[in-house]
Design a binder for this molecule. Structure first.
Ligand code: GLU
Length: 457
């Protein structure tokens, strides 16, 4: 059977680095197993879900290097869920409940005071046909609960019922169905909670592995029971730890914290984001690799830690720098060209500056320095000014190459007696306007003799 995974966000906001972790765990798992990746939008909440968010999520995934084999929307499949509801009702596994939230809360408190687990006591199962009619005559509408298989004969005598699975990420897992309330699958206004549509889709779409955040571990107990109630075999499950901000807060699509779009706009490379999103919170070293196939080789689901993992955006910059440092010109060329960096000098320019930038768009600043001169006028002390002037008189004739800087500075050293920082810093300042930057040996041939002379203070 073809390994089939899915990434199933609700399109109610922009995805963040934590969502990207889920998407990438699925994508890499599919890559490693020659599998398929389905993009499924869990948009049963039609009021909060928006097509523009779904489009933005697809855009973000493409940017990260994820290209789904298929895309589907739950809002187009309500008829299929309705059929599953009928099937469950016919089997006596979905029952109508009429309690208001206040009534449920009161019952919960009573159970707690009697030292009983605060789960739903299935009171609605005891309603007679007349009682239900009377409630409906009062204008109450039912919500529908799934009868968990946590009893032998009598649903009011629940007993420990372990649902076990070997989690692709966490290893052996167990959920006791007797510790859970019968989940509501359909609200009183007829809308679906996520639980049932997700299982119905996973069956229909042939999903073989559900990989998602560990906030869903308990749901998995319920969902495995639901797969079985619908006559299907449950797929494999994997639950990865969640990412939090450095202060330990959870990430939310609604707050926009660490959104993929924001990271993209800040000029980061997609693979820096992907590498951190996947490797953080695992026993693997967090390194930057330039290709998804290389990240797949490092990806080992079972190496994931079980506790939440803090995410420090500063680590992204470290990874980004390392990607740029090793990035061949061919890979940067189009984006450099969009920044105005083109022509014969573009490649040697890139090789000169790539080790000195944190984000690729910063190359544009260096391009201006190389093509137009320092951005700010350089204010050298008088003795440095005359030193630089003398040095400029000693510039060797063209052609210039990578050795010209050494030839020139040797001559300057002999003529002036200056050496070390006292020699090169005034030259660096005059040539670039900045106290640090790419090797001057690399920059000099880019400036050319004429460009260099134009920088004489
Ligand atoms: N829509 C659910 C969520 O975003 C999907 C969970 C799942 O993968 O099953 O949490």
């Amino acid at each position: 059977m073809t390994v089939t995974v899915r990434f199933a966000p609700s399109p109610t906001g922009h995805i963040h680095i934590g969502n990207a972790r889920t998407a990438l765990f699925n994508w890499l798992f599919a890559m490693k197993n020659n599998g398929r990746f389905i993009q499924r939008f869990d948009d049963t909440d039609v009021l909060r879900s928006k097509q523009e968010y779904a489009d933005a999520i697809l855009y973000d995934l493409h940017w990260l290097g994820i290209f789904p084999d298929a895309t589907d929307y739950q809002s187009r499949r309500f008829g299929v869920y309705d059929a599953a509801v009928e099937k469950l009702k016919a089997a006596g596994l979905l029952y109508a409940c009429y309690e208001t939230p206040e009534e449920l809360e009161l019952r919960r408190k009573v159970r707690l005071s009697r030292k009983l687990p605060p789960v739903y006591g299935r009171e609605a199962l005891k309603l007679t046909g007349e009682e239900r009619e009377a409630l409906e005559a009062q204008g109450r509408k039912p919500h529908w609960r799934f009868l968990l298989p946590n009893f032998r004969e009598n649903p009011f005598e629940t007993e420990r019922t372990e649902i076990r699975w070997t989690d692709v990420v966490r290893g052996e897992e167990t959920v006791d169905l007797a510790s859970l309330s019968d989940p509501v699958l359909v609200r009183e206004d007829g809308t679906y909670l996520y639980t049932l549509p997700s299982v119905v889709d996973d069956i229909d779409m042939g999903v073989t592995h559900i990989i998602r955040g560990d906030d869903h571990v308990t749901n998995t107990g319920v969902q495995i029971a639901l797969f079985q109630a619908l006559g299907a075999e449950a797929p494999a499950f994997g639950h990865h730890n969640l990412l939090t901000t450095s202060s330990g807060e959870g990430l939310s699509k609604r707050t926009g914290a660490l959104s993929i779009g924001g990271l993209r706009e800040s000029g980061l490379e997609p693979m820096a984001v992907a590498c951190l999103a996947v490797l953080i919170g695992t026993s693997e070293n967090v390194v930057a690799v330039p290709k998804m196939s290389e990240l797949a080789a490092l990806f080992e689901p079972t190496a994931t830690s079980k506790s939440a993992s803090k995410f420090d955006p500063a680590d992204l910059v470290v990874l980004n720098r390392s990607l740029l440092h090793n990035m061949p010109f061919a890979e940067a060329q189009d984006r450099l060209s969009a920044l105005g960096v083109s022509g014969e000098r573009a490649e040697p320019f890139w090789l000169a500056v790539r080790g000195n930038i944190e984000k690729l768009p910063e190359a544009a600043n260096w391009w201006r320095v190389v093509t137009q001169g320092p951005q700010e006028s350089v204010d050298l002390p008088e003795n440095d000014r005359s030193f630089v002037s003398e040095a400029f008189d000693l510039l060797p004739p063209e052609p210039w190459d990578g050795t010209t800087w050494k030839t020139w500075t040797n001559a300057v050293k002999d003529a002036t007696g200056r050496k070390g920082k006292a020699l090169f810093m005034p030259l660096r300042l005059s040539l670039t306007g900045l106290a640090s930057g790419p090797e001057l040996a690399d920059l000099l041939p880019l400036l050319g003799r004429e460009g260099t002379l134009a920088r004489r203070p």
